[in-house]
Every structure is written in structure tokens, then in C-alpha cells.
Ligand binder design. Structure first.
Ligand code: IPM
Ligand code: SF4
Length: 416
């Protein structure tokens, strides 16, 4: 019987055949730590005897959640991590580059076939580039920092066959929200999702990142798009790896296969307070919103802002809505700027902020008061996620967010 992509990646790293269900130790090709979970990982590594990290070139450090430091304790964490980076010879992107799950692929720190771990649950995002990447806890990260390997249970794979063409103003975020609603928040626990079909082969890399990013919202360890020419094109100039083929064998054993015709997918909304509480936008259209956030590692790339700008057209945003836009990285910010979209959005009434996680998890700014409603292009809508435990977060695509920011209520982007 053949092997899945996931089984092939682990087999290559362990230099023996690995099958779903095997518990193995595997070396990692990258380990990402950020300002929230990095300090604990470093302190536990020191408790384990400290010493040198396994390979400073494979440790990725950056600050993105509480930046610039929004408290004395955050500033102290940053200082502690900067000191560790200097002592260990680790390159620290500091507060300058943006959100971890945009910076890691953007800087060529992951490539197809890699195993990359990060002390952040959305590390599965790099599956968009054909890697097995997954979030781990800070104490596991301490072990990885010291030894460069970690134990894994090789996950079974759920294959998603998505074919067809999206309707206008419907796209990758609506597809991944559809999957979250169908599979459920724990429906893929400890499985790997594999994204196949021409909906993915036609999809650009940012769209694939949106989908892979949210694999964890179904409990999945990974969300992998088999590498193709688009993958290698994206990596050209970012890494020195030469293209190779990596795909599941046709006779590989899948835990489950699900088929989707994306032309039938309508704009979707995840309704508070669960990501798998997904409905067609028409079911909640007309609901007033107080704040619209376009950004995060899920939908903070130039392509996401271009989608929003296309819907905005010559309109302005509603006077009753606070529109907060945060590109996911410096590089993405510059693309949005050079395309004249910062000016367009500011003229329309938006507040455009420097790259960071921002309102996504109620961090440094953009917090909601009790009773307030946010429509967000991020990936989580748990109670209290963006502020008061009495506030409400709805999740959507950039297109739906832009349409709703114009009207002041949740709006089907196909109707503006
Ligand atoms: C702060 C970090 C631990 C957390 C995560 O792991 O996902 C955050 O990035 C989030 O999105 O909730
Ligand atoms: S943008 Fe949001 S989801 Fe992404 S890493 Fe930051 S807090 Fe987590």
C-alpha cells in the first residue's frame, strides 16, 4: 500500500517507513518562537540545563503579538528573548517584520517536505507550501530547542478534494470556513488534512495559506497542499531548494475523503462563539457591526486587501463602523502601500496599522466593549477573543468584511 504525503515526510526524516499511528522521534527543520510563548520555552530549556540550541540557523524568533511592547512585562519578555538570541547566535526578526505565520514562509524559512514546529497553534499554516508544520506547547518547544527533534504520532490523513471555480467574491476563506463547519472543531483531531483538487491547484499561495492556517480549527495537526509549480515559483528567490515531486500515492490509505464543488459555496460566516458554527452570510445578513478587522495571519496579505479594495470600489466605509486594517508583514504592508490601497482605505475611513497580530486576539489594540460586535477576517471567534467576554466576534472573508464595513451590517459581498 502506498504512502500519504505526511507518511512520506516522516519516513524521509526518520530514514525508515513510517505509517499513520506510528509514534516516532523525528528531527525538525525549523522551530519558531514568538513573544508570547517564547519566554516560557527558553526558561524551561534553561531548567533542562540550558546550553546551546540544537542549530541556531533553524530557530526562528520574532515578536508579533504584543508589539511594540504594550506593557512593562512585555518589554521585559522582549529583552529576555533578545538576550537569548544574542547569546545563541539566533537571528531575531524582533518587532520589525510582522506576524510569525507570514514571516516564516516569506523569509524562506520553510520548504516542501520540511517538518517545522512553532510554539503557536496556527503553525500548520506552512502546509500551504507542502511542509508538515504544526503547533506545539512551550515545554515541547524547550525540548526541541535543546535537541532539535520531537516525538510525533504520525497522523492519519483526511483528503479534501475541492474542485470547480469559486463564484465572484467567494474564495479560500469561504472554503475553509465551510470545511470547519462540516468537519467540526474537533472533527480532525490529530489528523492531517490534505488539500487536493483543482480548486487548490488553481489557488494562489496566499489562498492556500488562508486554508492551511485554519486546519487547527478542526483539530488537525497539519493542513498540506501538495507542492506544485506555484509553490516552487513562490519559493524562488526565498530558498535555494530545487523542485521535486511530493504527493500522496494513489493507493495510499486515507482516513477519510471529502469532495467539494467550490462553485456551490456561498460567502460564509462563523457565528460566535465557535469557529465551526458556520452559516451562509444570508442567514445573518443585516446584523449591525461595530468594528471590522481585516488582517491576521489568516487574511492579512496583499491579495486579501486587494479583494477588500475590489469590493470597496468608490464607496466609503460606514460612519458607524470602526474599520481596522493590519497587513500581516512589512513586506505585505509595502505591497499594499505601493498599490495605493493604504490611501484608498484611509480615505474611505479605515485605520491602517503597522504589521502585528493586533485585534486578532484582543492584544495591544482594537478591544471590544461589552455588547459590541466585530466582523473579523481572522481565525477564531471564541468568547472574549477580541475584548469583553460580553462581546461578539463573527468571522468572514475579506470580501464580506469590506461589504459589511460599507453598509454597517453583515452583508453579502455579491450584493454591493
Ligand atoms: C498566543 C498564542 C499561544 C496563540 C496560539 O497559539 O494560537 C495565539 O497566536 C492565538 O491565535 O490564539
Ligand atoms: S494573527 Fe492571530 S491567529 Fe495569527 S498568530 Fe497572531 S494572534 Fe494568533
Amino acid at each position: 500500500m502506498g504512502l500519504t504525503i505526511t507518511e512520506k515526510i516522516f519516513s524521509a526524516h526518520c530514514k525508515k517507513e513510517c505509517r499513520a499511528g506510528d509514534v516516532i522521534m523525528a528531527p525538525v527543520d525549523g522551530a519558531m518562537i514568538h513573544d508570547i510563548t517564547g519566554p516560557l520555552a527558553i526558561n524551561v530549556m534553561k531548567d533542562m540545563g540550558g546550553g546551546s540550541v540544537f542549530d541556531p540557523k533553524k530557530v526562528i524568533m520574532l515578536f508579533d503579538h504584543q508589539i511594540p511592547a504594550d506593557s512593562i512585562s512585555a518589554a521585559e519578555n522582549h529583552v529576555m528573548m533578545r538576550t537569548f538570541a544574542r547569546e545563541q547566535g539566533i537571528h531575531n526578526y524582533d518587532i520589525k517584520e510582522g506576524v510569525c505565520h507570514q514571516v516564516v514562509p516569506e523569509k524562506g524559512r520553510v520548504k516542501p517536505g520540511d517538518i517545522v514546529v512553532g510554539s503557536d497553534s496556527h503553525t500548520c499554516a506552512y502546509g500551504a507550501l507542502g511542509a508538515f508544520s504544526t503547533g506545539i506547547g512551550s515545554t515541547d518547544m524547550a525540548y526541541v530547542l535543546k535537541f532539535g527533534e520531537l516525538y510525533f504520532r504520525v497522523p492519519e490523513t483526511i483528503r479534501i478534494n475541492a474542485n470547480g471555480k469559486f463564484q465572484d467574491r467567494v474564495g479560500p476563506k469561504d472554503l475553509i470556513l465551510t470545511l470547519a463547519g462540516d468537519i467540526g472543531a474537533d472533527g480532525a483531531t490529530y489528523r492531517a488534512l490534505e488539500f487536493c483538487g483543482n480548486a487548490f491547484s488553481d489557488m494562489d499561495i496566499p489562498g492556500r495559506m488562508t486554508c492551511a492556517n485554519m486546519a487547527i480549527e478542526m483539530g488537525a495537526k497539519a493542513g498540506i497542499v501538495p507542492p506544485d509549480e506555484k509553490t516552487w515559483e513562490y519559493l524562488r528567490g526565498r530558498t535555494d531548494c530545487t523542485p521535486f515531486s511530493l504527493a500522496s500515492d494513489e493507493d495510499a490509505k486515507f482516513f477519510e475523503t471529502r469532495d467539494y464543488d467550490v462553485s456551490k459555496i456561498n460567502p460564509k460566516i462563523a457565528v460566535p462563539h465557535n469557529v465551526d458554527n458556520v452559516v451562509d452570510v444570508t442567514e445573518v445578513a443585516g446584523k449591525p457591526v461595530d468594528q471590522v478587522f481585516i488582517g491576521s495571519c489568516t487574511n492579512g496579505r496583499y491579495e486579501d486587501f486587494a479583494r477588500a479594495a475590489e469590493v470597496l470600489g468608490d464607496n466609503v466605509f460606514s460612519e458607524d463602523v470602526r474599520v481596522i486594517m493590519v497587513p500581516a508583514s512589512k513586506a505585505e504592508y509595502m505591497k499594499v502601500l505601493k498599490a495605493g490601497l493604504i490611501e484608498k482605505f484611509v480615505e474611505a475611513g479605515a485605520l491602517v496599522e503597522a504589521p502585528c497580530c493586533g485585534p486578532c486576539m484582543g492584544g495591544a489594540f482594537g478591544l471590544l466593549a461589552p455588547g459590541e460586535v466585530s466582523l473579523s477576517t481572522s481565525n477564531r471567534n471564541f468568547r472574549g477573543r477580541q475584548g469583553s467576554a460580553e462581546s461578539f466576534v463573527y468571522l468572514s472573508s475579506p470580501e464580506t468584511a469590506a461589504a459589511s464595513a460599507i453598509t454597517g451590517v453583515i452583508t453579502d459581498p455579491r450584493e454591493v
